[in-house]
Design a protein around this ligand. Sequence first.
Ligand SMILES: Cc1cc2nc3c(=O)[nH]c(=O)nc-3n(C[C@H](O)[C@H](O)[C@H](O)COP(=O)(O)O)c2cc1C
Length: 406
Amino acid sequence: MAPLSSFLKMVLQKTQKINRLRSLGIVTAGATALLAGLTAYNNQDHLFGTFVMPAIRLLPAEASHNLAVLACKYRLYPASEQMDDLNLHSTFFGRLISNPIGIAAGFDKNAEAVIGLKDLGFGFIEVGSVTPLPQPGNPKPRVFRLSEDRAIINRYGFNSDGHQLVAERLREFRQREDFNAVVGVNLGRNRDSLTPISDYVQGVLELGPVADYLVVNVSSPNTKGLRDMQCKKELTTLLEAVTRARTELKTNPKVPILLKISPDLALDDLKDIVAVINTKQCRVDGLIVSNTTVARENISASKLANETGGLSGEPLRQRSTELIAQMYALTKGRVPIIGVGGVASGHDAFEKIEAGASFVQIYTALVYEGPDLVDRIKEDLSQQLNERGFKNVRDAVGSNHLQYLP
Ligand SMILES: Cc1cc2nc3c(=O)[nH]c(=O)nc-3n(C[C@H](O)[C@H](O)[C@H](O)COP(=O)(O)O)c2cc1C
């Protein structure tokens, strides 16, 4: 019961920050429903899915996000009991993982929920984005569910506890005996930073020692000027600086550095990026394709569609798969890609892999489908690989990328 009571305390602390009385009522009701569901239906996953998840979804988007993070933090979700099929086993930048499905950045922004996320069956976990100094992000409301479209628009604007606290949490996790997760840290920059490049350098120095991989995120649409850092000149300076900083690390000096890119780039931009990462002094170990989009294609004419921010989920799926195929072709399959954008099934994951992704991340679909989705995706993916005669997921990477080129 100890985790439950501290969980309740945390929920109350969080809700105190929400000053509107209405939100407080809704959040409390949701938390009560969640706890009632968890208590009454412990170990009954189907009831969890039909009772608790819909209750969480009744809350405003950000409140339900906070609650889901807390539920993971206190390990209140039923842990997956599924053994990953052998055909899903893979090597992730030198580490063995039992499946190639990860949780994308933005869910666990502050590395609070790592153990609970591992329980859900993810093969790897990405936390962040983390900024050097703590910052609150944009004013609320800043997350919107477009349920009809199975999509989300967010403009969180890098709300972050900052490097120091996140590094401390990760250090603590790593000291635990039961800690065996692969955890990457996604790096952002402070909104008002006058020296954005040194924000990333600082990220490498402070979080490199406690990360299994780092991500240079210059593709979130909610921080002014951030995406301009994907331009050739700026990207060159940035990647030179971060890869040089890595050589200064005393602990973990080989931590892989990945670059996360936007789906709103044109072919010439992609060619520029590949030219940069092909140079020795800017060589990254992998790419994450892609972040959210500012485009508003493939969505219904809902009022929320006009909200400013990055769109994720189903409307992003095809563009992100095309971009994976483009980057796979431009890099000649030499740079490992984590594919992300609109994955909601094993079939979607398989498409990303056929297009050139070695690993796949999910976020938005989890909001609509609940934590069981991780097991379902893995099961489906394993079956798809069998049906198509692939002995292992690695053999399928890029196997049909030409079909996905735009
Ligand atoms: C609410 C929300 C917050 C996000 N925050 C971040 C972030 O802080 N850093 C980042 O690199 N990506 C962030 N993302 C983008 C996701 O990591 C992912 O690239 C994108 O949502 C596409 O995947 P999906 O369609 O499966 O959600 C965020 C996405 C959502 C929905």
